[in-house]
Design a protein around this ligand. Structure first.
Ligand code: GCB
Length: 579
C-alpha cells in the first residue's frame, strides 16, 4: 500500500472535519459530532465518553468526484485506534487491527464516481492479551474496567487523516528504496510492485532538490557527487516511479522523497554515513489537551521547533508509530528517529499495584501467546512497510520494556527479530530494555544490535539519594558495556511538578529534576559505550488515573502546554554545548 499522494495519475481528498458520532450505533442520528482527526475521549464533559470501552461509531458522507470515473477509488485511514470496521453504502469494505498504522479499502464497484457515499466506521479501543499493546477488560462489581500495562491514557478514535483517493486501475502498490554510499557516489536501489498491470514495466527518474535529473533507469541508480542525507542535514532527492504499458504510455506515477545515507553498527558505535552519531533528544508521546492523540500540524511543528531550540537531534516514537507527517518532517530536517512498534507493556508483572495487578503471568496460553505474537508480527510488518523509505528512521524498536528475562521471552522474541531482519536487513534492531532485566539476566538483548536501556536510578530506584543512585547506575552500565554494543539510554527522567521549588533534595521539585539529569549525564559521560541520551519525556502527558501521577505523568522537560521547566535550560546548555 502506498501513501495517498497527488500525481499526474493520482488524486486525493481529505475527509477530515466533523463527522457524526455516537458511542453506540443506534445513536448516530442523535446529533452528536466528533472531530476527525482527534481522540474522542477528552472532547466534551461526559465521563462515559472518556472512559468508554468498546466500539465508538463515526459516520459521514462524501462525494466521489465525477472526474474519477474509470479509476480505482480507495478509502484510506492513516490510523484508527485500536481497530476498525468500515462500511461504505452498507457494504463492509475493510477491517483493521492495530491502532497506529494505515489501512485502506478498495471502493471500486461500491462507490460510483459523481455519487455521494455513506461511510460508517466502528472504532474499537478494547485491548486484550491478543492485541498490541496488550491489555485486559476485567469484570468488576462496578462494571467492566480496561486494564493496561502502560501508563499513558488509552486514547482512541480516528487519530489521523482519512483520504478518499484515486489511482488508475493498473497501479503501483508498493515501493522499496534502499540507499548506499560508495565514496562520493550515492546508490539508490529501488523496486516497485503493481496490480492489474499485465504487460507493464516500471522505470524511475531521480531528481535533486532543484528538480534536475541526476539518474534514471531500473534497479540501482547511481549519483556521482551526491549530496547525502545526514543528521541535521535533511537533503532529499525525489524519485519518480512510473508504470508504463506495452505501448510506452505512463499509466501510473508516484513520487517518493529519498535521502541517501547508510546506517551501520561498528563495535560500540552507530554510524550514519560512516560517522559516529550521538543521540540527544527524547522519548515522546502524541499527546495534547483536548485532541488527545489526534494529529495536529501546529503541535507537531511546535514540538519540532522546541526540540531544535533545546538541541535535540533525535527522538523515539515511544510507544507506537507516529503520524507519517512526523517522519516526513524528520526527513526534511535531518532529525534522527527510532521507530517503535506499539508493543508496550508485554510485561504483566511490571508495576504491580501501580500499572498492573498481581495474578497475571506474562507469557502463557491465556495471556501473551502465539496469537499475540501473530498480532505483534503484523504490527512489525506494517511499521516497516510504512516507514522503510524514511531516511530519518535509523533503528527499529520492536517493543518497550517487555518481560525479557525469561526463557518464554526469548522464545517469543526470537522470531520477531528474525522477521524484522528479513524485512529490512539495512537497519539495526533493538527494543527498550526494562530495569528488571539486568545484564546477564536479559535474554532478548542478544538479538539487539544496539542496546536501549530505560533506567530510573534516583527516581523509581533510590529516590532522593542521587549519590547512591549514581554508583549503582554506573555499576550497571559498566556491566552492559562488556557486551561491546552501543548503548542508548532511551529513558531517564524524574516527575516534576512545575513551579515546585526546593533547596533540599526533594523529588518532584524543579531542582531535583535538574540534579537528577546532571547525575545521569555524569554517568553517561564516563561510559564510552553510551552513544545517546533520550530524556523521558519531552512533555508531560495524560495517564490513567493513579496515586503515582499528579495530573498525568510529569516527567516532561516541557509542561503539557509546552512551557519549559528549569531542566529545559540545563539540557539546552548541554546539548547545544553552550556555557
Ligand atoms: C517507563 C515506561 C514509560 C513510562 C515511564 C514512567 O519505564 O517505558 O512508558 O511512562 O516508565 O514515567 O513511569
Amino acid at each position: 500500500m502506498l501513501r495517498p499522494r497527488d500525481s499526474r495519475t493520482r488524486d486525493r481528498r481529505s475527509l477530515n472535519g466533523l463527522w457524526r458520532f455516537s458511542l453506540d450505533r443506534a445513536g448516530l442520528d442523535d446529533g452528536g459530532e466528533m472531530a476527525v482527526p482527534a481522540s474522542y475521549n477528552d472532547i466534551g464533559a461526559d465521563p462515559a465518553r472518556r472512559d468508554h470501552i468498546g466500539e465508538a461509531w463515526y459516520a459521514t458522507t462524501a462525494r466521489v468526484p465525477a472526474g474519477w470515473a474509470g479509476q480505482r477509488v480507495a478509502l484510506h485511514f492513516e490510523s484508527a485506534t485500536h481497530r476498525a470496521r468500515v462500511w461504505v453504502n452498507g457494504v463492509e469494505v475493510v477491517t483493521h487491527e492495530g491502532g497506529y498504522t494505515p489501512f485502506e479499502a478498495d471502493l471500486t464497484g461500491v462507490a460510483e464516481p459523481g455519487e455521494q457515499v455513506e461511510i460508517l466506521v466502528a472504532v474499537d479501543n478494547t485491548l486484550t492479551f491478543q492485541s498490541i499493546p496488550p491489555g485486559v477488560v476485567e469484570m468488576t462489581p462496578a462494571g467492566p474496567r480496561q486494564r493496561t500495562w502502560h501508563d499513558f491514557f488509552n486514547y482512541a478514535g480516528i487519530h489521523r487523516t482519512v483520504w478518499l483517493c484515486s489511482t488508475p486501475r493498473a497501479h503501483l502498490t508498493g515501493l522499496r528504496v534502499e540507499t548506499g554510499i560508495d565514496d562520493t557516489t550515492g546508490v539508490v536501489r529501488w523496486s516497485a510492485t503493481a496490480e492489474g498491470a499485465d504487460g507493464c514495466t516500471t522505470r524511475a527518474v531521480l531528481r535533486d532538490r532543484d528538480g534536475i535529473v541526476v539518474a534514471e533507469g531500473e534497479g540501482a541508480l547511481t549519483v556521482p557527487g551526491a549530496t547525502f542525507w545526514a543528521p541535521g542535514h535533511g537533503y532529499l532527492y525525489e524519485l519518480e516511479v512510473q508504470l508504463v504499458d506495452g505501448g510506452g504510455a505512463v499509466v501510473d506515477e508516484y513520487r517518493q522523497s529519498v535521502g541517501i545515507r547508510t546506517v551501520t553498527v561498528s563495535g560500540n558505535r552507530l554510524l550514519v554515513n560512516g560517522e559516529p552519531f550521538h543521540f540527544t533528544g527524547f522519548g515522546k508521546h502524541e499527546d495534547a489537551a483536548v485532541s488527545g492523540k489526534g494529529h495536529n500540524d501546529a503541535y507537531m511543528l511546535n514540538d519540532f521547533e522546541l526540540m531544535d531550540w533545546i538541541g535535540a537531534n533525535s527522538l523515539r516514537t515511544s510507544h507506537y508509530p507516529y503520524a507519517e507527517d512526523v517522519l516526513d518532517y524528520a526527513d526534511r530536517h535531518g532529525i534522527v528517529v527510532i521507530a517503535e512498534v506499539a508493543a508496550v507493556g508485554i510485561n504483566l508483572g511490571l508495576g504491580e499495584g501501580v500499572f498492573g495487578a498481581p495474578g497475571y503471568t506474562t507469557y502463557g496460553p491465556d495471556t501473551v501467546n502465539e496469537r499475540t505474537r501473530d498480532t505483534h508480527a503484523q504490527a512489525v510488518r506494517e511499521l516497516i512497510e510504512r516507514d522503510r523509505n524514511h531516511p530519518s528512521v535509523v533503528i527499529w524498536s520492536l517493543a518497550n520494556e517487555p518481560e525479557s528475562d525469561s526463557e518464554a521471552a526469548e522464545a517469543y522474541f526470537r522470531p520477531l527479530f528474525d522477521l524484522a531482519r528479513e524485512l529490512d536487513p539495512t537497519r539495526p534492531l533493538s527494543f527498550a530494555n526494562v530495569a528488571q532485566a539486568t545484564p546477564g539476566r536479559c535474554r532478548v538483548s542478544q538479538f539487539a544490535d544496539v542496546l536501549m536501556l530505560n533506567r530510573y536510578f534516583g527516581w523509581y530506584v533510590m529516590p532522593g539519594d542521587l549519590a547512591a543512585a549514581e554508583l549503582a547506575w554506573q555499576a550497571e552500565l559498566d556491566e552492559w558495556s562488556r557486551d561491546g554494543k552501543p548503548i542508548i539510554i532511551t529513558e531517564y527522567g524524574a516527575d516534576t511538578y512545575p513551579g515546585l521549588h526546593s533547596l533540599a533534595i526533594e523529588p518532584w521539585s524543579e531542582e531535583y529534576q535538574v540534579a537528577y539529569l546532571e547525575m545521569n549525564h555524569r554517568v553517561f559521560d564516563r561510559t564510552d559505550a553510551v552513544i545517546g541520551e533520550h530524556v523521558w519525556n519531552f512533555a508531560d502527558f495524560a495517564t490513567t488515573p493513579g496515586i503515582m501521577r499528579v495530573g498525568g505523568n510529569r516527567k516532561g522537560v516541557f509542561t503539557r502546554d509546552r512551557q519549559p521547566k528549569n531542566a529545559a535550560f540545563v539540557l539546552r546548555r548541554r546539548w547545544r554545548k553552550e556555557a
